[in-house]
Design a protein around this ligand. Sequence first.
Ligand SMILES: Cc1cc2nc3c(=O)[nH]c(=O)nc-3n(C[C@H](O)[C@H](O)[C@H](O)COP(=O)(O)O)c2cc1C
Length: 361
Amino acid sequence: MSGNSYGELFNITTFGESHGEALGVIVDGCPAGIPLCEADIQKDLDKRKPGQGLAGTKRSESDTIKILSGVFEGKTTGTPIALVTFNENQKSQDYNDIKNVFRPGHADFTYHMKYDGNRDYRGGGRSSARETLARVAGGAIAKKILAKEGIKINGYVKSIGNVAVNEDNFNQKDIEKVYENELRCPDKNAIIKMEKELKNAIINQDSVGGVVEVIAKNMLVGLGEPVYDKLSAEIGKAMLSINATKGVEIGEGFAGTKMRGSIHNDAMQVKNGKIKFLSNHAGGIVGGISTGEDVVVRVAFKPLSSIAKEQNTITKDLKNTKIKVVGRHDVCVCPRAVPVVEAMLAIVLVNALMQQKARQF
Ligand SMILES: Cc1cc2nc3c(=O)[nH]c(=O)nc-3n(C[C@H](O)[C@H](O)[C@H](O)COP(=O)(O)O)c2cc1C
């Protein structure tokens, strides 16, 4: 009911605030016997860490993860896995200005109203995207379970502002290597233009949005539960629960509305006894159930709220005022959101996989 947990069979419950003592996650439902150490989780957390690149906040945190329970002699025990990281680089004084003033586009106003004024305003408290660190930690475990079935998940930045990748300029191998560049983008030409877009936003004391695409490869057929728990519905919920998301597309998504059925339908063939789809406009899901083709999802991120440009707003005691948000904020969320989107898809797919295995029992 309180909205801090996701997943039925593989469940994550996250806790902590941006400038509180610690942030963490309880992962319940992980099978026993999976090799797991802190380094397995840390490598994903390092991809989300603040302080990297032109788009990111200059807040520098090591985000070092500690396993508190659920792992013994290097393997999961089937009991709840508690993971925690202690906050290090809080500059809460940066946030004194927003103690009594609501940042337009941030969750200050809605949290204030919902919780009768009881809100940790420092760094956005619980509404801060530091919470996504806990999702990435849980997702690292989900990815290990999926890897046992051969399922692999890779995300990348598809667009920043008006600059999008050109799909002719890269291949799957480039997507697998996106963490080698700070924009997490597989198209070298687009990176140059994206950097210009970011510099322009910085000069104008503004922020910029974008799109992250994530692909699950080597999928199994049959994941997803009709009718209300369709795989697509679960993906939609999981992605829209990430901070700053404003839209989710699967396969052709909204572009599909401009296609004819004769093009959008993924024609089928049998070749050497094997089922083959001749295209994947559906993004790997039909009837809410995976087809075995790649699951392809795109997530739209808005331009972030915290900008240094002056804006109109109001105070807690209902006075008109102006605000310039200073402090260390991301200019574009997309590069740091890539591992978060990957983690949420992994958690959705692990749940769908476990449900399907339970059905086959
Ligand atoms: C990885 C990540 C980093 C973010 N960093 C910032 C930030 O530096 N400044 C900011 O205003 N919002 C940031 N956000 C977005 C806010 O957390 C979000 O806009 C806010 O909680 C309001 O919620 P909503 O945009 O989902 O409606 C970030 C989001 C993500 C996913």
